[in-house]
Ligand binder design. Structure first.
Ligand code: NAD
Length: 498
């Protein structure tokens, strides 16, 4: 099967002759080939978007919001189909794939409030006979470049907000799982979106560079690994665009001696191993405070990890996690496990031998647990993005706090404790964008905003919520005076309010 693009309201076959393999990670088979667009194909999509945006930007925001309202209904109608397609290309379980769709749907629901979000500000009588008002206007044509790990949620975060704000959108999804983004574009069209407002152009670096260099694209939102985030940010800014890029992570969870150890262990299992650890908000480092806490924690984690049900998504809703996304990802993560052993960390649970009967070519890796990890090890410094949890023992709270504070990434973090003072101190001091208190995956809800600090994010403003609307709009401020307020004669000094 060949997967093409969705441009100007129609499916279009790829014309470049270049393709990328799309795997079924559970079987290891290539199930489709996705076309990789040329610069000319990208330009065609941008031209369609420029034309379409003129009418869409002038459509009143309530009418634009109604498209999203209908879109939400269609997502519910097609939930099973979307989740199955997502699982087949990504490998995550069906309940988790539904969560991927729902977290995007929640942003679509928030964007139904676009008329409210687009409201400006008005100051009557700011000076003699002078009124001042600020309005928000769409940017025009904007783009989103998205990763493989949330093929429904992250595209929706971006295009729902941008489109509700009156922009036309170019989505360049991950080439590893392109089907769900295309289905989302079809549903937006069914919901009444005019042709050319949401275009899905599949591709690789060539398409990304075409976006970054296109003079008609005003803003670019990127999510993916830090190296590419930095590249996209630097190049996009150099071409005069508004750019926000969200990158990789190494999320620590601190477990204080007073924490409920059963709850902490359950939370760690879900957040470290869910989706095979392929989440930017996965906890990949556990920091128990004190040797006794560490011993109790590792004792509780070990049997839970050994009992994890690793299987294809077709094996039922009680599967804990599935395969990694590609063979390359599997080799990379396995390489980190080998490296951790070589670096001297204690591999308490070794998932490398895991084999799935009947799915021997699938990209499966069992859950792995390292204890006695230290700050200088590569398995601590780098993002692994797999089902591997590292335990790094801290002598006290100050030492524990210093670990995430000193790490180059700053996406998410959590603390488990019963003590309000400690929790409050942690939330206040930590230099990380999203913080959980007895919550292991503190992904903010749709009407707050999502974004990391340090090398987990480049640029200004977060994703979705009020920041999403700010990113995809610009402010215009009008100062108005009517003839009755005008004094006679020319004024040569800078006007003041005196
Ligand atoms: P990736 O960086 O490989 O790909 C992201 C996007 O960039 C894709 O659309 C891809 O086609 C494109 N791309 C890949 N190589 C490129 C190149 N050389 N030049 C230009 N574009 C290129 O990321 P991924 O593997 O798809 O996703 C996993 C990463 O995303 C992890 O690091 C994870 O932490 C991160 N992530 C971050 C967040 C966040 O909000 N901070 C959310 C989800 C995922």
């Amino acid at each position: 099967m060949e997967i093409g693009h969705f441009i100007n309201g129609s499916h279009v076959a790829g014309g470049s002759g270049r393709f990328s393999d799309v795997y079924n990670p559970a079987t290891g088979e290539v199930q489709a080939k996705v076309a990789l667009a040329t610069r000319q194909e990208m330009r065609g999509a941008v031209e369609a978007a420029v034309e379409a945006q003129k009418g869409w930007g002038a459509t009143n925001p309530q009418k634009r919001a109604r498209v999203l309202m209908r879109f939400v209904g269609l997502l519910h109608r097609d939930m099973d189909k979307l989740a199955e397609t997502l699982s087949r290309e990504h490998g995550k379980t069906v309940p988790d794939a539904k969560g991927d769709v729902i977290r995007g749907l929640e942003v679509a629901e928030f964007c139904i409030g676009a008329p409210h979000m687009m409201k400006g500000e008005y100051s009557e009588g700011a000076g003699p006979g002078i009124d001042v008002y600020s309005i928000r206007q769409p940017l025009g044509v904007v783009a989103g470049i998205t990763p493989f790990n949330f093929p429904a949620m992250i595209p929706m975060w971006k295009f729902c907000t941008a489109i509700a704000a009156g922009n036309a959108f170019i989505l360049k999804p991950s080439e590893r799982n392109p089907s769900v983004p295309l289905m989302l574009a079809e549903l937006m069209q069914e919901a009444g979106l005019p042709d050319g407002i949401l275009n899905v152009v599949n591709g690789d670096k060539e398409s990304v560079d075409a976006i970054l260099e296109d003079p008609d694209i005003q803003a670019v939102g990127f999510v993916g690994s830090t190296a590419i985030a930095e590249y996209v940010y630097t190049k996009g800014c150099a071409h005069g665009k508004r750019v926000q890029c969200f990158g990789g992570a190494k999320n620590h969870m601190i477990i204080m001696p007073d924490a409920d150890m059963e709850q902490a262990a359950d939370a760690l299992i879900g957040s470290a191993y869910g989706a095979a650890g392929e989440r930017c908000m996965a906890i990949s480092v556990a920091v128990p405070v004190g040797e006794e806490t560490a011993d109790r924690l590792v004792e509780k984690l070990t049997p839970r990890i050994e009992a994890l049900k690793v299987a294809p998504y077709t094996a039922g809703d009680d599967v804990d996690f599935g395969p990694l996304v590609t063979g390359e990802a599997l080799e990379r993560v396995r390489g980190f496990v080998d490296k951790g052993v070589a670096e001297g960390a204690k591999l308490v649970v070794d998932g490398r031998g895991f084999k799935m009967q009947g799915y021997e070519n699938g990209f499966f890796l069992g859950g792995c647990l390292f204890d006695h990890v230290t700050k200088d090890m590569d398995i601590y410094k780098q993002e692994i993005f797999g089902p591997v949890l590292s335990v790094i023992r801290a002598a006290n709270y100050e030492e524990a706090l210093d670990l995430p504070m000193s790490h180059e990434y700053g996406n998410g973090t959590a603390i488990f404790t019963r003590d309000g003072d400690t929790a409050r101190d942690f939330a206040s001091k930590i230099n990380i964008g999203m913080v959980g208190i007895n919550v292991p995956i503190p992904v903010p809800i749709a009407y707050h905003t999502f974004g990391g600090w340090k090398r987990s994010a480049f640029g200004d403003l977060n994703q979705h919520g009020a920041d999403g609307f700010k990113f995809y709009t610009r402010t215009k401020t009008v100062t108005a005076r009517w003839p009755s307020g005008v004094k006679e004669g020319a004024e040569f000094s800078i006007p003041t309010m005196d």
